[in-house]
Design a protein around this ligand. Structure first.
Ligand code: SF4
Ligand code: SF4
Length: 73
């Protein structure tokens, strides 16, 4: 079963499917606010959620659909 990790930020929720992440680092490089990083296993993690501006670049950059940006209503 796919496990989904939800990270609340001021403007959105970042949904992460770690099992789908291959650690390519593209989303880390694309994020303009340094919200993301790779953990010791080479999987994506949220390190500075409060800086996220919900721009969606991480989601649109990830080739593996491992990260989803759900904007606050
Ligand atoms: S939505 Fe934008 S600011 Fe937030 S983690 Fe993704 S790329 Fe970074
Ligand atoms: S772009 Fe996708 S696959 Fe690559 S590190 Fe980020 S979440 Fe993982």
């Amino acid at each position: 079963m796919i496990q989904i990790e939800t990270n609340k930020t001021p403007k959105c929720e970042l949904e992460i499917k770690k099992q789908w992440c291959k650690g390519c680092n593209l989303c880390v490089a694309a994020c303009p606010r340094s919200v993301l990083a790779l953990d010791l296993l080479g999987k994506i993690k949220v390190v500075e959620a409060e800086k996220c501006i919900a721009c969606g670049l991480c989601e649109s950059t990830c080739p593996d659909f491992a990260i989803r940006v759900i904007k606050n209503a």
